[in-house]
Design a protein around this ligand. Sequence first.
Ligand code: FAD
Length: 423
Amino acid sequence: MPLNRRDMLAGLGAIGLASGLPLYAFPQTNARIVVIGGGFGGTSAARTLKRLLPNASIALIEPKATYVTCPFSNVEIGKLGSLTPISFSYTALEAEGIKVHQAEATSVDPIRQTVQITGGETLAYDRLILSPGIDFRANAIDGYDLQDAPNRMPHAWKAGDQTRLLMRQLREMEDGGLFVMSVPPAPYRCPPGPYERASLIAHYFKTQKPRSKVLILDGKDQFSKMPLFQEAWKEHYPDHLEWRSATDDGRVSKVDIQNLTLSTDFEDIQADVANVIPPQKAGTIAERASVTDSTGWCPIDALSFASTLQPNIHVIGDATIAAPMPKSAFSANLQGKICAHAIARILAGKEPIATTLANTCYSFTTPDEAVSIVGVYSNSDSRLSSIPGAGGLSPLAADKSIRYAEARQAKIWYDAITTEAFG
Ligand code: FAD
């Protein structure tokens, strides 16, 4: 019998938070495991490995002392809030015996099995996990150079200083201004994220700067949770938000960062605040480790998240080619746990086992209302595929109590996943 959306949501606690895999004892090993990237994927993998293999040496490499989460950053942008509630340190991981190197991995030698980090140290590994997230494609939009352009037209697609800059620009914008967002074609980090951000900024305008407007210029014609967002926009923001699809001349091909102009095929649009989310690829270190293919992303064996290009290297999170799983914190966290279990089995001389994976992405349409999409996947045959009939979208034309309940669930999910990742 196919699972319905409610069955799946009921099961997600078990699947999402415990990964659905048994926590049996593994033969102990003093293997050296290095994890690059202290985001949702890397921390989840490192903490799971430390629990499964307490004698193994687990090193996490991350340049930032504080990690600011992208999830809930749109909520803070929409209320011009603070990043403190969405900032996390690595002290809990260190207390658990994970060696945290506050450094950047500058190169990987897959033959010698070593990682070079800033400061000059070289770390040897038996298994390497890469979870470097995303980087942006240079010259994908004419005029949007990756050095200067983000200072004028922030992407805010890596949370932290960029998020603060976007909030400052919105705060300083006069009423009557135009906020323009450029959305890239897929694949990119957090498929519904741009539309959540646009909704919450439209809410800010409606309540604080009512003559202002949001214009979304999109590189595609369809997007995640589209009917739900469009329903919410019609209800809440008919005068404050406009979406333009790729076929309706929405694709931005050029920007002028001095004059804050975005150009489509037929029009130059003058913005007061411009949020350009550029096309993306796997974090640069993945390329340097030779685990990316011609797409710029990392092919993996979905049973263990082992790279199909280099031995003894695993890749998880946004950097992977894991479609139909989206590039989300939920996915990265679960992939980190599955990868950790697979490595523990491999080190014990066993084959990784197939399991069921899931993802839920909540999106706020107002500060109090949210909608969600659930996907359920299998990784048998070493590839990810959707389980037909499982998962789905929040209902359309729903009673408001459902939207309020989903907003509360989103907060509970956020507290759970950040506790799992950062302790
Ligand atoms: P990241 O979390 O980005 O972690 C990568 C880490 O690697 C970074 O800390 C980086 O500093 C580090 N790193 C990179 N290169 C190196 C190197 N060379 N050496 C050492 N360290 C390195 N997902 C959801 O599930 N739900 C949501 O509601 C949600 N909302 C979002 C809202 C927005 C606005 C955005 C932009 C994203 C959102 N996401 C959401 C997506 C989510 O943030 C990402 O999918 C998730 O962070 C991916 O985890 P990751 O481990 O792959 O990468």
